[in-house]
Design a protein around this ligand. Sequence first.
Ligand SMILES: Nc1ncnc2c1ncn2[C@@H]1O[C@H](COP(=O)(O)OP(=O)(O)OP(=O)(O)O)[C@@H](O)[C@H]1O
Ligand SMILES: [Mg+2]
Length: 389
Amino acid sequence: MKPGFLEKLVARLDRVEHGEVQQIVTRLIREKGFLEKVFEALQEGVILLDPNGTIDFVNQAACGFFGLDPDKATGEHLSSQVRGLDWNTLGKPGHAISRDLEVFYPENRFLNFYLSPIDDGEKSGETLGYVMLVRDLTRTRAEAEETLESERLNALTLLAAGVAHEIGNPLNSLDIHLQLLGRKFRKLPPGDRKPLEDHLATARGEIQRLDTILKQFLHAVRPTAPRRERSDLHTLLHESLRLLEHELESRKITVDLDLAPSLPMVTVDPGQFQQVFYNLIRNAYQALPAENGRITLRMCFNDYEYVISIEDNGTGISPDHMGAIFEPYRTTKSSGSGLGLLIVRRIVREHGGEISIESQENQGTRVTIHLPRTERTVRLLGSPTIDLA
Ligand SMILES: Nc1ncnc2c1ncn2[C@@H]1O[C@H](COP(=O)(O)OP(=O)(O)OP(=O)(O)O)[C@@H](O)[C@H]1O
Ligand SMILES: [Mg+2]
């Protein structure tokens, strides 16, 4: 229908034949139905408002974002339906605005909306109403945060590698000079030689220790590409448990295993996954109370993924601390480095998986790993599902 057609029609309405009016009205109704279908098919939220901010139309996506019922919301004022959005600060004739929004109910989401006035197209510039387009930014925002985090981690890695290099060189030189001293000591009479050689051995032992700490630290922080091979998760878990056997037994800790039998083989870096299990079980163990400590290890799988969880009835994590749990050097332990969880998450992500932590103070903590099964030959890319029904 051409622009201005309706206006011309209204002006000539008394001269148009009855049959023709009927035809035009039917066409109008069909076009309205078509437009509504288009709006409903959009993933963006669409809200049409009258000049005062009363909702004329709201599509399904917008209802989903704001938890609205389309039948109840239509005819109501936007500010009463989306509490926290003040119409007086938004709707201004002739002004389009774009704002970001955090929604807390029915689901925590980050949205961006664009509110644009609909002018009547005439010189008078009268505003017929407003259209509000709403986009979901939750995923983009989460990705941006992940990128920022990995940039921070890369910066930290570079810094750490630089410092380690600077310490490594003088350490090396110290060791060489101590060796030279040792050669000179050999020329001394045996009585004088012995105490000096003891001091020398201690000094070289300490240098060796520093060197090992440095190497371990670099190994932990430097991202290494996983060397994947077909592995059995049960075996990896048992091997990690064996490394902690002594501590677990000495404190009489109950370890419950709930492992799905016939777990299919998985293609992962076995050494890295052993490190993942070891770190998580050790964290669980360190959080346990002096008595009746219990750790539950679960493993199951479905067509798409393995789900592994490590649960303890320990101290739990306070809500304040939860937000910083993966940050480097955040530790509540006198001898902890605060790198354990960071390394665990890096390994899990490098294998295409995800890690989540649920915890309640004084009740316990559950860490869950979702690891995709690599046997699949195709993988749908991580775009949101579109239900065509
Ligand atoms: N199962 C758990 N129960 C309670 N708190 C936990 C648990 N796992 C981790 N935490 C908390 O998260 C912090 C960070 O854990 P992370 O493993 O990264 O470092 P760490 O254990 O302190 O040191 P390390 O580098 O030796 O592992 C811990 O200091 C602890 O406060
Ligand atoms: Mg730890």
